[in-house]
Design a protein around this ligand. Structure first.
Ligand SMILES: Nc1nc2c(ncn2[C@@H]2O[C@H](COP(=O)(O)OP(=O)(O)OP(=O)(O)O)[C@@H](O)[C@H]2O)c(=O)[nH]1
Ligand SMILES: [Mg+2]
Length: 127
């Protein structure tokens, strides 16, 4: 199965970074994915994701500092910038994939608020 990984928030980004690292180790080179966060430093903290596959959202609201576990704000930011998120996914290519895997730690705000918003839109757009 060809999978497109989406890491939302810090824990989600770390998980996707880990999947990519495994993919490199096995030499499979089948990885595709992006990571999304409202915190600039967390986006910079991962090791394996190319810079162009890291998306910072919510800059006007939280200025790159994260949503401080407030998942209502996390959901709002994701909804406000859903077109930017969907475009970033499209740009990476989705025509040949079988599934999306959305990763998020539920204890924070960016991932726990944003991931359900994103999933709802993915369900609407893709069969
Ligand atoms: N075990 C473990 N848990 C982590 C790690 N990174 C984050 N978490 C947990 O994941 C949950 C979500 O936290 P974050 O991923 O930082 O939250 P976020 O989605 O970035 O949202 P905000 O930080 O509120 O903007 C929390 O319960 C964290 O403690 C990690 O490396 N290991
Ligand atoms: Mg965070």
């Amino acid at each position: 199965m060809r999978v497109f990984f989406i890491g939302f928030g810090q824990a989600g980004g770390k998980l996707v970074d880990m999947f990519l690292s495994q993919d490199k180790k096995t030499g499979a080179n089948s990885f595709r994915g992006i990571i999304i966060n409202t915190a600039r430093t967390d986006l910079m903290g991962v090791k394996n994701i190319p810079m162009e596959d890291r998306l910072l959202i919510g800059q006007t609201k939280v200025k790159g500092h994260g949503v401080g576990t407030d998942n209502v704000t996390g959901a709002k930011v994701a909804a406000d910038e859903i077109d930017t998120i969907i475009n970033a996914i499209d740009r990476r290519g989705t025509h040949d994939i079988d599934a999306f895997v959305v990763c998020a730690g539920l204890g924070g705000g960016t991932g726990s608020g944003g991931a359900p918003v994103l999933c709802r839109h993915l369900k609407r757009i893709y069969r």
